[in-house]
Design a protein. Structure first.
Length: 495
């Protein structure tokens, strides 16, 4: 219904060249995703609970940054994602939208910028699990190579789960998301209990000057913007959404998921500030300490298990969502066809395995090989490499986010009638969202380049390292795409 209506609305426009994946995926992959599935996937793909422990470094200014990033970046991204998702309800999200808006080469680049960070960030999520294990048992995983092997184990586990029947995997995600929200509610309840039992707040929230943005806390700007990045992620599976009420599902999951994410970020950040304060709350495990302190060890242990489950669920979602980008690239002849192959459960197993191998390679280099061969100081080099590569990855991700707004402009010019059909905001407000969204993308990139994420690297060294690694990533993307396209073309020629 929704697709037919969209096609009718585009009838008076210049028709875009369709992609093979737009026909193939709906015929071969089940359409089972509903509002709850999409909302759960949306929450877990964006919300990272440990963001609160980073934000509290700025004291009350953390609240300022969360609100500014939420209104100035997250809201425009939600609006752009909703509009593009309604216009083009196909598998591939940003890759597909950019193809219709700009063209094939730009779509491959936008798709890479959306896909590549997921490969590296899965390692960071597994590393958070390692940090929690270390916090509960300090004598465990004291060497980088031990940490690396555990991270590899987590990546292999999520790979094996992801290639199972998709409905089963989605049910697991839905349960883990509920546990994540429950853990956040425990953290929020800890704040209320702490104050109700006449304890004083560890942070004075009454000094309005503490909410101000200043050079000492401006590094948080990039952090908080990236905390909201990736709104288009779940729509990478748009062709797998139930046909009945598809447009409503697209809108509802963004509205519900966006509201829940903003509330949870504020709830966990404020609770950590009140119970522990900026200094004691600035470690990932501080969220469990908040619950331990206010509610006791029993509830703290439950919170720890739930939060560790959230790291697994996010790794799972990144694994199977980003694999869809490789899959549609293979179907459309822009990557070797074998990467698009589905297994007996009708999931892109080859793409999932390929991503996992890349993540494993990166982990082994950063945590095992580098310390063993004596590159840099073995005590700090893994942490330095980890922070630099993660920063470079999110810079690439910020470039992909800018395509949301570039695509909107291109679609307005190219498909005027179809654009107006799905318009749910007055055009002046939509133009404002585009301008503000692009500004925040650029600002977050500049902020991340100028301010180091770790005390192990100075700001001047940081800018050079992160800039160089980002450039390397983009060059590798260019060379890799050329090779992949040539192999795909050769396969097509042989056939």
């Amino acid at each position: 219904m929704a697709t037919a209506s969209r096609q009718k609305s585009l009838a008076t426009d210049k028709q875009p060249s369709s992609l093979l994946s737009e026909e193939y995926v709906p015929m071969t992959m089940p359409k089972k995703l509903g509002t709850f599935d999409m909302t759960a996937t949306f929450i877990v793909s964006i919300f990272l609970v440990t963001t609160a422990t980073t934000a509290v470094i700025g004291g009350p200014a953390a609240i300022t940054y969360l609100v500014i990033a939420g209104v100035g970046f997250f809201l425009p991204c939600l609006i752009a994602t909703a509009h593009l998702g309604l216009m083009f309800q196909n598998e591939g999200a940003l890759y597909n939208w950019t193809h219709h808006a700009i063209g094939g080469r730009a779509s491959f680049f936008a798709g890479f910028c959306a896909w590549f960070p997921g490969v590296l960030i899965t390692t960071s999520l597994a590393n958070l699990l390692v940090i929690y294990i270390q916090s509960m048992k300090s004598s465990w995983l004291t060497h980088p190579w031990q940490q690396g092997l555990v991270i590899c184990g987590v990546l292999i586990l999520t790979c094996l789960i992801s290639i199972q029947r998709f409905r089963t995997v989605q049910n697991v995600i839905n349960v883990l998301v509920c546990l994540t929200v429950f853990a956040c509610l425990l953290i929020g309840a800890s704040c209320f209990v702490w104050l109700a039992t006449r304890h004083t707040s560890a942070t004075n929230l009454g000094h309005w000057s503490d909410y101000a943005i200043n050079p000492g806390n401006v590094v948080l700007f990039g952090f908080m913007v990236f905390a909201y990045i990736g709104t288009e992620g779940p729509l990478t599976m748009a062709a797998e959404i139930q046909e009945r009420g598809k447009a409503s599902i697209i809108k509802r999951h963004l509205l519900l998921g966006g509201g829940i994410i903003m509330v949870l970020y504020l709830l966990t950040t404020i609770s950590t500030l009140i119970v522990l304060g900026p200094t004691n709350g600035a470690t990932p495990f501080a969220l469990v300490t908040v619950v331990d302190t206010a509610l006791g060890k029993f509830w703290g242990s439950i919170a720890a298990v739930c939060l560790m489950g959230s790291f697994i669920s996010t790794t799972l979602v990144y694994t199977y969502v980003f694999a869809r980008l490789l899959m549609v690239g293979g179907i459309d002849g822009r990557l070797p066809a074998r990467v698009a192959k589905l297994n007996g459960n009708r999931v892109p197993a080859n793409a999932i395995v390929f991503q996992t191998v890349l993540a494993l390679t990166y982990t082994l280099i950063a945590f095992v090989l580098a310390p063993l061969v004596g590159i840099g100081d073995s005590a700090v080099f893994p942490a330095q490499l980890y922070n630099v590569s993660q920063a470079a990855a999110v810079l690439v991700w910020a470039i992909s986010a800018s395509f949301l707004f570039i695509d909107l402009i291109a679609c307005y010019r190219k498909f005027r009638q179809g654009f107006k059909h799905w318009l749910f905001l007055p055009m002046p407000l939509l133009w404002l969202c585009i301008v503000v969204g692009v500004t925040f993308c650029i600002g977050s990139i500049v902020d991340t380049l100028l301010y180091s994420w770790t005390s192990l690297i100075t700001n001047s060294q940081w800018a050079l390292l992160v800039g160089a690694v980002t450039l390397v990533f983009l060059i590798v993307a260019t060379l890799g795409s050329m090779y992949a396209n040539s192999e795909a073309t050769w396969q097509s020629f042989q056939e």
